[in-house]
Design a binder for this molecule. Structure first.
Ligand SMILES: Cc1cc2nc3c(=O)[nH]c(=O)nc-3n(C[C@H](O)[C@H](O)[C@H](O)COP(=O)(O)OP(=O)(O)OC[C@H]3O[C@@H](n4cnc5c(N)ncnc54)[C@H](O)[C@@H]3O)c2cc1C
Length: 551
């Protein structure tokens, strides 16, 4: 192994109560605002509170720890919530119900051991924090009497070892997406894991939530990419070496993947890396309908066309993408629509993005196989312009949420996965639930969906929902909670998974038994009890039946 250390890229300060970094924005286009107002009605701006004016309560006294723990009010506030919609609403309105009493930043695994020992002895709760991009309440401080420390892992960052011949790289768990790719770049390597939250999320967070990147079709999800890892817990330690495969009992790596900090703190991991592709290209086609699009996605995947990315938008998401985003100006969109009508596509059709990574030759042959298959299903090619635009904007999209909230439009996303045969019914049930969830408040929603992360046996569905955000934060959260309960119940009742890649956190935890059974939950509890008998680590996530949606 050659060893090289890398420091994290320095950025402008992170935005509090919003996505990303100060000074970076992606405002909604006038076309999108008009489209949304037509469906939701007129909106009122959601007020923004200046966090520096908040009188942050003094933290409770902290145990003696082997490193300095930050008690700075703004630092603690910035570590109080993740990036779910209610997190943003609470932070923006200055109504966060609880914040950590301190923020600890260990710089090696020995310090993590010592912190956990100190906290277990003093009865202090510890919340591991990677990039804080959880959308399931995973890093949120729950009000209570116990002292809480957030364990920010940003100092456990950088490349610790590289074995290029085996395609293995070891990183500190706090390494962010950009820092990880920056460290691999000079070696001509990539991990190929690009979640939309890539700019901020970390390797440890991806492992803890069982994350999936946009190019998972080509590279696999994080569960495919992790070869080995180190985990530190109050009553145990795992040092699982990188191995290509093993029949030495159940795979404990897979037990850590998705454990959300309950089982221990991942301090480092060895991941499978590959040569950087010479090029990544994305082509766009329109399929005549959603049903035909699903069939096309299934066949492309099962016939093993070697794509790295596949994403199929439903009719509504296609309308939005074509009108306001990917096609460029509105006149361009109507030109595209007229052209599609001439080619026999009625009602706008469904946009599919197909990505291919590799040498120029591989990209060419992949697309030509894909095109041949899609032509038999009536697809019309839009060429590479929409794909180039999507690639250029893909990590800017999260900034859009803040611009919409400024105008009083709330956005949230839900995701699931199901076998190919079940997908149409899961889609209909979830869409119906999201569309009607706010009828009791006499409010409408606008719902978009796309299919992505396809597998041999099924795929993920990703829903985006918009609704008018009342200026009263408690009312806004009540509406969101009602919407989330209705849609999550519909997903589970349709037999689909509670989450394909966002994880369980505290917001999905009450439904976990619906998927894995009460004995499955009991088994998980006994595993977490073995490593953390006092419930020091993040006890309100994963296995916690309490409904905390309105916290
Ligand atoms: C705009 C946006 C887009 C997103 N897009 C995607 C996407 O495309 N794909 C996807 O999979 N997810 C996505 N997410 C969800 C989120 O980014 C992922 O869950 C991500 O994996 C979290 O990583 P993080 O480093 O921010 O972890 P955090 O949010 O800090 O933590 C998440 C959970 O993991 C625990 N944890 C964190 N680090 C460790 C560690 N080292 N050891 C033990 N436990 C730990 C925390 O306690 C918490 O329970 C998105 C979120 C947002 C806001």
């Amino acid at each position: 192994m050659t060893t090289r250390s890398v420091t994290a890229t320095s950025f402008s300060p992170r935005r509090l109560g919003g996505w990303g970094f100060e000074g970076r924005n992606f405002p909604p286009s006038p076309g999108l605002l008009t489209w949304l107002e037509k469906r939701l009605g007129e909106t009122q701006p959601f007020p923004v509170f200046d966090p520096t004016e908040l009188a942050v309560p003094k933290g409770r006294s902290l145990p003696d720890l082997p490193l300095e723990t930050s008690a700075a009010p703004l630092d603690r506030l910035a570590h109080s919530r993740g990036q779910g919609l209610t997190d943003l609403l609470r932070l923006r309105s200055g109504t966060v119900p609880a914040i950590p009493d301190g923020v600890a930043r260990p710089s090696d695994s020995q310090e993590v051991v010592a912190i956990l020992e100190g906290c277990a002895a003093a009865g202090v709760r510890v919340i591991p924090w990677g990039g804080g991009t959880s959308v399931t309440g995973g890093v949120n401080v729950i009000p209570g009497n116990q002292t809480v420390i957030t364990l920010d892992l940003e100092r456990l960052s950088g490349l610790e070892g590289l074995d290029p011949k085996s395609g293995l790289a070891t990183f500190g768990a706090g390494t962010s997406g950009p820092a990880l790719e920056e460290a691999l770049g000079p070696h001509g390597l990539t991990l190929g894991h690009f979640p939309q939250s890539w700019e901020l999320s970390t390797l440890g967070g991806w492992i803890a939530t069982r994350a999936s990147g946009q190019e998972s079709l080509g590279y696999g999800g994080i569960d495919d990419l992790v070869a080995g890892l180190d985990l530190v817990a109050p009553a145990g330690r795992l040092e699982l070496p990188p191995l290509p495969a093993s029949a030495a009992g159940p795979d404990l790596r897979q037990l850590v993947l998705g454990s959300e900090g309950r089982l221990g703190v991942v301090t480092s991991a060895t991941v499978r890396v590959r040569p950087q592709p010479e090029r990544l290209e994305v082509e766009a086609v329109i399929l005549p309908s959603w049903e035909v699009g699903i069939e096309a996605a299934r066949r492309l995947t099962q016939e093993r066309v070697p794509l790295s990315l596949l994403r199929l938008s439903d009719e509504t998401e296609t309308e939005v993408a074509m009108t306001v985003g990917l096609a460029g100006h509105p006149w361009m969109a109507s030109l595209v629509r007229r052209w599609l009508e001439l080619r026999g596509v009625k009602g706008g059709g469904c946009l599919m993005l197909l990505g291919s990574a590799g040498s120029a030759g591989r990209v060419r042959t992949t697309f030509s196989r894909g095109r041949a298959l899609l032509r038999t299903l009536g697809a019309v090619s839009l060429g590479s312009r929409p794909g180039r635009q999507w690639l250029a904007d893909r990590f800017r999209h999260p900034y859009l949420r803040d611009g919409l909230l400024d105008r009083g439009i709330a956005t949230d996303t839900l995701e699931t996965a199901a076998p190919w045969t079940a997908l149409p019914a899961v889609y209909r049930a979830t869409r119906r639930a999201l569309e009607s969830a706010l009828a009791g408040y006499d409010e409408s929603t606008a719902v978009l969906c796309h299919l992505s992360h396809p597998y041999q046996d099924g795929a993920s569905l990703y829903f985006t929902v918009f609704f008018r955000c009342p200026a009263d934060v408690d009312l806004a959260i009540e509406r969101w909670a009602s919407l989330k309960r209705t849609a999550t119940s519909a997903i589970v009742a349709a037999g689909a998974t509670l989450s394909h890649h966002h994880g369980v956190g505290s917001w999905h935890a009450p439904w976990l038994a619906d998927e894995i059974g009460s004995d499955g939950v009991r088994l998980l509890e006994s595993v977490t009890d073995a490593f953390d008998p006092q419930g020091v680590l993040n006890p309100t996530v994963l296995v916690d039946p309490k409904d905390r949606l309105e916290t």
